[in-house]
Design a protein around this ligand. Sequence first.
Ligand SMILES: [Zn+2]
Ligand SMILES: [Zn+2]
Length: 366
Amino acid sequence: MKLASYLATAGVLVALAACASAPTAAPPVVRDPNAAPLAPMPMNAAMTEVFDGKAMRVILCGTSSPLPDPGRAKACTIVVAGDKAYVIDTGPESWEQLQRMQFPGIRIAGIFITHYHSDHIGDLGEFRMQTMVAGRSQMLPVYGARGVKNLVAGFNLAYEEDARLRLAHHGSSLINLAASPLVAKEFGSAFTGNLDAEEVILRDGDLTVTAFEVDHDPIRPAVGYRFDWKGRSVVISGDTALSTNFTENATGADVLVSESLAGNLISMAQQQMKAAGNERGAQVMGDIPDYHISPLEAAQTANEAGVKLLVYTHHIPSAQVNLPPYFAGVAAVRPADKWVIGWDGLRIDLPAGSDEVKQGELLPKP
Ligand SMILES: [Zn+2]
Ligand SMILES: [Zn+2]
């Protein structure tokens, strides 16, 4: 896309305007307290289709892991059901990917956090601010197991002054200060750490969202989510090692979005770090394989659970995900048309009343 047309996208213009709100020494003044809210921005054709209510959609908005990858944001997946979007994890840079897609933040009805590692939460403040600028009229629910109240309280405190400054600059026709905060929705009272529980945490029209415990030990609680809508289903793994509860809750899913870690490549990285005298880095590389799932284990999980399409995400190491060693052994257990290497902008459609699983893209494949 040419720079001029890229900058002409509504989302980018909002971002530029938002960034222009620099802190000021003057007391905040609401320019027009009685102004009616401005109408939401019009959606482009691709997004109009995404929200047409004919299919449940899955959109990847971050497919990297804590290790850097310039083409990918960190953990973020969106499920669209009807005219609402639900975000699973808000990893660093994920809002930027949504802006590149011209994703309408006004449609985001809830955020679901799998656990509190930084690569899953870093952009939560951006989601708070950007959906406020997009015209959100109610506080934004953030669902999570124990710990979500602290998370939400912290981000609300950090972004409170930002919201006031933007109100002072843009006025109340654009900024609804009372609606700006995040609101914590804690679940999981039955999650004991035995990695055997699940809980229905949201029913909204035809949509049911179930959280289930996963094995990211010693990170407890850590959960995955299952979305069921009009006979179609999507499961998001969160961060997990191979576990029975993960497989059981993925049973029969149309799409399984699973994290993965290539132990063979991480082991090589560990050896290189040791050779270079980087003992700290080498220890981190040695610690992480036991609380993630390998690509082969994810494929075996998808097979056992009867999943139609396995989508790999949260690639570790992300920069090597397109090299054959990353998926060692997968081709031997699962047909090539039953799995895909996820990228930021991959779109999957699950039409209601059908068994179809259609792949498309909102950003080009890297
Ligand atoms: Zn994690
Ligand atoms: Zn992670």
